[in-house]
Design a protein around this ligand. Structure first.
Ligand SMILES: Nc1ncnc2c1ncn2[C@@H]1O[C@H](COP(=O)(O)OP(=O)(O)OP(=O)(O)O)[C@@H](O)[C@H]1O
Ligand SMILES: [Mg+2]
Length: 468
């Protein structure tokens, strides 16, 4: 049997939660959320009908309640009758160190468990035990005895300890505990890591963690993709381009890469607007251009009040795992998705996790996705921007400028598609009010991609005159 951790999405990475009657360690540095984790566990337990007990050795109950975020305080007030506490934090200064004797503690805990029918215990901060037990050996057996004692009453416990040099304070808590959770706060972002879960599976690595007024939320680093959806043939939304690409399917990832000014967002608009007109849901996520700019163009293209939704996301200082879950929820039921300006996320440490997980998710969910990526060079660019996306893409279209006949033309080249017979030549396109217009193939030019366009005829003529 599993007992919920009470923390949003944490059960997902812990195979359903804590094992019943287990003793679970949560450790981390100061301010990482140990107390709020414990509270969240108990609040959820009380809300779901359990009688719960909070034991504080360190801070007084009064101080803890004062510092509790408003949302959690409201939750507490609503289930007060199920929530019991033992305030050793207040008693310790009055009664002295004797109160930290494990037999005294255990007696108080046991009687509260029995009298109140407690099934969940939160034991917050074990450091004060060292006031009574100054020998580390002894302290270890005390922690062990506490765990066995509480378990023998059938309760499931969360206990907290501080992190010192990457480990829990006494280095022994991990061995006593059935599961070990580490909380991390870098000053910018919070992370949570399950290090051990005796007898059950868990998803390793660091996951996103957020503290909000009503509690903690976890953003797992994986998206738990559902069953695979059958692929259907779909249109890229730009007349003539479909034929040039060959076939494109639902769940395809189309990468559009090129320098600024090549109109990548208009490709994105063309990509979603037809689907939206047909009553399907389209989502345009912009990491670059403003919502206003994109919406205006959507309206220009005759798709003002459609099902297309445009969302701007500021990529500065973003928590990549939170973003992944936000996008997943925004994209629910979406048929088409544009991720515009993915290059803006590339500086993030966990960017690769995002690309891998999110693109895997859209593919499996059958959401046709266009990713646009800015490359910095304007002319003669060999780069496709990002290897990770390149490897995951079904279709790759490179956009570039080329000076042909004294004019700077916009050119697209299909680098990859499902079809072995896709167009391989240079295709000129224009940007119109209603989107992208394919002008046609540019014939007879060489060296356009390398930035030195030359007419094939001129070369031919030079070769012929040489042999004459
Ligand atoms: N309403 C809130 N919204 C967002 N963050 C909050 C809110 N309330 C508290 N926090 C954050 O929660 C953290 C404190 O959590 P908590 O008291 O559980 O930490 P702790 O690990 O127990 O700390 P200590 O080691 O000092 O006991 C702080 O970083 C604080 O900024
Ligand atoms: Mg605390």
């Amino acid at each position: 049997m599993k007992v919920s951790t009470g923390i949003k999405n944490l059960d997902m990475i812990m195979d359903g939660g804590f094992v019943e009657r287990s003793f679970n360690l949560v450790y981390g540095g100061g301010g990482t959320g140990k107390t709020l984790f414990t509270f969240n566990f108990l609040l959820n337990g009380a809300e779901t009908g359990n009688s719960v007990l909070y034991v504080t050795l360190e801070e007084s109950w009064e101080d803890i309640i004062r510092k509790l975020p408003d949302g959690m305080r409201k939750r507490l007030n609503a289930i007060k009758n199920n929530f019991h506490y033992l305030d050793f934090g207040s008693l310790r200064p009055v009664l002295g160190k004797e109160i930290m004797n494990v037999d005294v503690l255990m007696e108080a805990i046991a009687s509260s468990i029995v009298v109140n029918n407690v099934t969940l215990v939160g034991f917050d901060g074990i450091a004060p035990l060292s006031i009574y037990y100054d020998d580390e050996h002894k302290l270890r057996s005390v922690i062990f005895n506490l765990s066995q004692g509480i378990k023998s009453y059938g309760a499931t416990t969360v206990f907290t300890s501080e992190e010192i040099e990457g480990r829990s304070r006494y280095g022994t808590e991990e061995f006593v505990a059935d599961s070990v959770i580490r909380l991390i706060y870098t000053g910018e972002k919070r992370r949570i890591q399950v290090l051990k879960s005796r007898g059950t599976d868990f998803v390793g690595g660091k996951h996103g963690l957020e503290i909000v007024s009503d509690g903690l939320r976890v953003y797992p680093k994986i998206l738990f993709v559902g069953s695979k959806i059958k692929q259907k043939s779909v249109s890229i939304g730009i007349p003539k381009l479909d034929t040039m690409l060959g076939e494109t399917f639902s769940g395809d990832i189309t990468l559009l890469t090129g320098p600024p000014g090549t109109g990548k967002y208009l490709f994105g608009i063309s990509f979603i607007k037809n689907a939206c007109k047909q009553g399907k849901k389209g989502l345009f996520i912009s990491f670059e251009d403003s919502v206003g700019k994109i919406k205006r163009r959507l309206e220009d293209s005759g798709d003002g009040k459609s099902l297309c939704r445009v969302v701007y996301i500021d990529s500065g200082n973003i928590d990549i795992y939170k973003l992944m879950w936000q996008l997943k929820s925004l994209a629910t039921d979406a048929n088409r998705l544009v991720l515009h300006g993915m290059n803006n996320l590339a500086g993030n440490d966990e960017y690769e996790d995002f690309v891998h997980e999110f693109l895997k998710y859209v593919r499996a969910s059958g959401i046709s996705t266009m990713v646009t990526y800015n490359t910095s060079q304007v002319i003669a660019t060999n780069t496709l921007g990002d290897d990770k996306i390149v490897n995951l893409s079904d279709n790759i279209i490179k956009l570039l400028f080329a000076e042909i006949g004294g004019e700077l033309k916009k050119i697209l080249v299909i680098i990859k598609s499902h079809s072995p017979t896709h167009e391989r030549g240079l295709v000129e396109y224009r940007l119109g009010k209603s989107g992208v217009v394919i002008v046609g193939k540019i014939e007879g030019m060489e060296g356009v991609i390398s930035g030195t366009p030359t007419r094939q005829m001129e070369i031919k003529k030079r070769v012929e005159s040489f042999f004459k």
